[in-house]
Design a protein around this ligand. Structure first.
Ligand SMILES: [Zn+2]
Length: 98
């Protein structure tokens, strides 16, 4: 079993670029926006809340998409499993893309 990749600026300076590249390759995938055990939201990869996946420019710090941890998978079940393991009880779903 493969763990869904976790991308976070605190762990990896290239997290933003990797996240954007993952989105380009998996446009039918999903990701979690992890802000903490009580505040994590599920989105589709192409949610309009985010920048275009072709935009790899990290730019200023404020424009990084991985200031908050992102967890990526094409398998919704994997992400739900990840959330359960982290103790996330009420996984929110984006009203705009799910
Ligand atoms: Zn969304």
């Amino acid at each position: 079993m493969t763990e869904p990749p976790e991308l976070y600026d605190g762990d990896d300076n290239n997290a933003h670029i990797k996240f954007q590249q993952w989105r380009q390759r998996h446009q039918d995938g999903y990701f979690l926006n992890y802000k903490g055990p009580s505040n994590t939201m599920l989105h589709r990869v192409l949610c309009w809340h985010l920048r275009d996946p072709a935009d790899l420019d990290r730019g200023e710090d404020w424009s990084s998409l991985t200031r908050r941890k992102k967890v990526c998978s094409t398998d919704l079940g994997e992400l739900k499993k990840w959330a359960r393991k982290k103790g996330i009880k009420n996984l929110k779903q984006c009203q705009d893309c799910i």
